[in-house]
Design a protein. Structure first.
Length: 247
């Protein structure tokens, strides 16, 4: 069965990476919840997608330039006054559920990695005793490798941008993943075909998809039987998968 990951807590259903999104996702029949982690200036781990505050909050500027005391006073747009959450708070929302935590370890402006960020994320997961139910992801292969050097999560995934897939070619993407001992690669849904999935599986790697946000894309990835895909519409994905199971 293909697993479903609620992307940013279901970003087309509720404000992304918000308490309302995560609390609603916790009630859904999904296997994973996906969210993003940036560091604050004072060493906290904030759950927010962008490296800047402007798009999703009433603040502005880089996330990493603010202490948590400042960030906690900002409001997430569309939430009716809710603030962003810390990683520990998201963990506690899902602790009573069987849902796997799927963390994207983010980088800073200009895709520059935050010093020591992967190690801090893994330490937090370890301290919360959720490493065994966490999947660590990044679009930067070095970040994935750095993370698992500091702890052994349930799994770890290299997310591959379409342009990189085009520039390097699938064979070199597979070779790089295997050389780095990364067991799963995640490709954008429009870059996935039967032959691509077959080649990845033949190489002994797992395969996932991302940006599966409409009914057609969801149906195609269910047809391809990828291991997991992230979606901003987990409700559509659940309904489609359930309908297929009755056929």
């Amino acid at each position: 069965m293909t697993d479903i990951a609620s992307h940013r807590g279901g970003a087309l259903l509720w404000p992304e990476n918000s308490r309302i999104a995560f609390e609603n996702t916790a009630k859904l029949a999904v296997e994973q919840v996906e969210f993003d982690v940036h560091p604050t200036r004072d060493g906290k781990l904030a759950v927010i997608h962008d490296d800047t505050l402007d798009r999703t909050t009433d603040g502005s500027g880089p996330v990493a330039a603010r202490d948590w005391a400042e960030l906690s006073r900002l409001t997430l747009k569309g939430t009716g006054g809710q603030r962003m959450l810390l990683l520990d708070e998201v963990i506690e929302i899902f602790r009573p559920t069987p849902i796997v935590l799927r963390l994207e370890i983010k980088c800073g402006p200009d895709r520059e990695p935050y010093p020591g960020h992967p190690a801090k994320v893994m330490a937090a997961l370890g301290q919360a005793r959720v490493l065994e139910r966490s999947v660590v992801t990044s679009f930067q292969l070095d970040t994935v490798v750095a993370a698992v050097a500091h702890g052994r999560p349930m799994s770890h995934v290299w997310l591959v941008l379409p342009q990189l897939q085009v520039d390097l070619g699938l064979d070199r993407i597979i070779a790089a993943a295997k050389a780095a001992c990364v067991p799963i690669i995640g490709l954008r849904q429009n870059m996935l075909t039967e032959s691509v999935v077959a080649a990845v599986r033949k190489a002994g790697l797992g395969i996932g998809g991302w940006a599966c946000n409409d009914a057609a894309a969801i149906a195609r990835l269910l047809d391809l039987e990828v291991d997991v895909f992230t979606t901003d519409r987990p409700d559509l994905a659940i309904a489609q998968r359930k309908a297929r199971s009755k056929d």
